[in-house]
Design a protein around this ligand. Structure first.
Ligand SMILES: Cc1cc2nc3c(=O)[nH]c(=O)nc-3n(C[C@H](O)[C@H](O)[C@H](O)COP(=O)(O)OP(=O)(O)OC[C@H]3O[C@@H](n4cnc5c(N)ncnc54)[C@H](O)[C@@H]3O)c2cc1C
Length: 443
């Protein structure tokens, strides 16, 4: 018998499974899809492995670095020693760079030289940044807060929005002040948290390492194994039923799946009605990834952020994966409501035109290949007050625990949030279900 069943093979599910396997608890992961990784999965195309969504970390994502180290996949990501973001704006390239100064001061020289803003806007931004470090309320949007703190529309467009759109998948006028404060306080304003982490292998390699970790400790990982019901005996969880009708008994079940999938598995359990009703009020936003292959090198950075352009973030896939740089780019378009329903050809044409305006070398270059990848519900948007809609790991039903980036961790809808939720659910399951360790080999 599997003592713990984990439903879902994304980051949340594997963070839970690896923690349990490490603690000697028998665990089985059931993943509905034919591949691992959920929203962070990879796929094969023309003999090459690509990610469905291009992902980025920051050094403040310490649960993620801990997870990668645990499973031996730390080399899959390369962190900057200190923050350095190439910015493309008005036909110029400038770098927003951290300096060797303590606390929020590490950004001071970089911001004072930030060319997309006027001198007055830079000083106003510094004042707002200092004010942002204080406070706890989440009653207003970040946009309203920025306007109250003297930020012009241009400063919001050219400084604040590129950060919140990239990290929270929605513009300042939609996200709550608490989520924005977390991003700036834990990430950008803290020198030790601010470096960008770029994946140098497809995320599929991370999930393969996680799978090996679980299996090497006696755990089971099954793909194409959708769970159709969680099984209960009165107020206790006793296992799951798979889509093929087979039943798996368990002492505890961790549902590491998005809320609408959870609703389908637990039927009309009254104990979970409030959790599901609140979760339905979370708003989800799309992300679009556009792969463009040019007939010659046009780009000189690992990545760059475009400001006041239809293009948002540019990643050099060739260079990141260890090949030739400059030609194979991924454009990541967050908060992509205006892009998501446009035909591929229009998306490619518009973004290529915008790229040509940003990169002189792209003007005469031809697009030799393209691929548009859409994610309609990529992440939830941390609207004001949305933290109150996120449940804890524990449910009112004995033996049933929740994980997933939408569960309450204090983190936005990210790999870090997912991993923290998975570790938290596993810890709860271990302590509340009195799970015994597997006997050691020499017991
Ligand atoms: C395009 C894109 C870009 C992103 N960029 C970033 C980024 O740069 N940085 C960052 O930190 N985060 C980013 N994210 C967010 C990040 O991918 C997610 O927060 C994280 O992967 C969520 O992990 P999860 O395990 O909570 O959920 P999921 O990845 O959704 O995993 C849930 C799994 O459960 C499975 N499942 C569902 N129902 C069942 C069932 N009945 N039985 C069995 N299995 C089931 C699903 O198939 C899925 O594999 C991005 C997301 C997208 C889509």
């Amino acid at each position: 018998m599997s003592r713990v069943v984990v439903i879902g093979g994304g980051f949340a599910g594997f963070a839970a499974a690896c923690r349990l396997a490490n603690d000697g608890v028998p665990v089985a992961v059931y993943e509905r899809a034919p591949r691992l990784g959920g929203r962070a999965a990879s796929f094969e195309r023309s003999g090459e492995v690509l990610d469905y969504g291009h992902h980025v970390l920051m050094r403040c994502c310490t649960a993620t670095t801990g997870f990668l180290e645990r499973i031996g996949a730390e080399s899959a990501v390369r962190f900057q020693d200190c923050l350095s973001i190439p910015i493309l704006c008005d036909g110029e390239r400038t770098v927003l760079r951290s300096a060797a100064l303590p606390g929020i001061l590490h950004l001071l020289p970089g911001l004072l030289r930030y060319r997309p803003l006027t001198r007055g806007e830079r000083l106003a931004a510094l004042r707002a940044g200092a004010a942002l470090t204080a406070g706890r309320r989440d009653a207003e949007t970040f946009g309203a807060w920025l306007s109250r703190h003297g930020q012009s529309d241009r400063a919001i467009r050219r400084l604040w929005n590129p950060v919140v759109v990239a990290t929270l998948n929605a513009p300042a006028e939609r996200v709550g002040i608490a989520a924005a404060r977390k991003v700036f306080r834990d990430g950008f304003f803290a020198p030790e948290g601010a470096g960008i982490g770029l994946f140098t292998s497809p995320l599929g390699t991370v999930f393969e390492a996680a799978r090996t970790y679980v299996e090497a400790r006696g755990g089971l990982v099954e793909l194409g194994a959708g769970v159709s019901h969680v099984l209960f005996d009165g107020r206790r969880t006793v296992g799951v039923e798979l889509a093929d009708g087979s039943r798996v008994e368990a002492d505890a079940v961790i549902a590491a799946i998005p809320p609408e999938a959870l609703g389908r598995l637990v039927g009309a359990r009254a104990e979970l009605a409030d959790v599901l009703q609140a979760a339905r009020r979370l708003e989800w936003a799309p992300i679009l990834n556009v792969h463009l292959e040019f007939d010659r090198p046009i780009f000189d950075d690992d990545f760059a952020v475009a400001v006041d352009s239809p293009v948002q973030a540019i990643f050099d896939l060739g260079r990141l994966l260890g090949g030739d740089g400059g030609q194979r780019l991924v454009l990541s378009q967050s908060a992509a409501e205006t892009w998501i329903d446009r035909p591929d050809g229009e998306v490619v044409d518009r973004l290529t035109a915008a790229l040509r305006a940003l990169l002189p070398a792209a003007r005469d270059a031809r697009v030799a290949g393209s691929l548009v990848l859409r994610h309609r519900a990529a992440t939830f948007v941390p609207t004001p007050g949305s933290n109150a809609l996120r449940p804890g790991a524990r449910t009112p039903i004995d033996g049933l625990f929740l994980a997933g980036d939408w569960v309450a961790t204090g983190w936005p809808s990210t790999i870090e949030g997912a991993i923290r939720s998975g570790i938290g659910a596993a810890a709860r399951a271990e302590s509340e279900s009195e799970l015994r360790r597997l006997p050691d080999a020499d017991d």
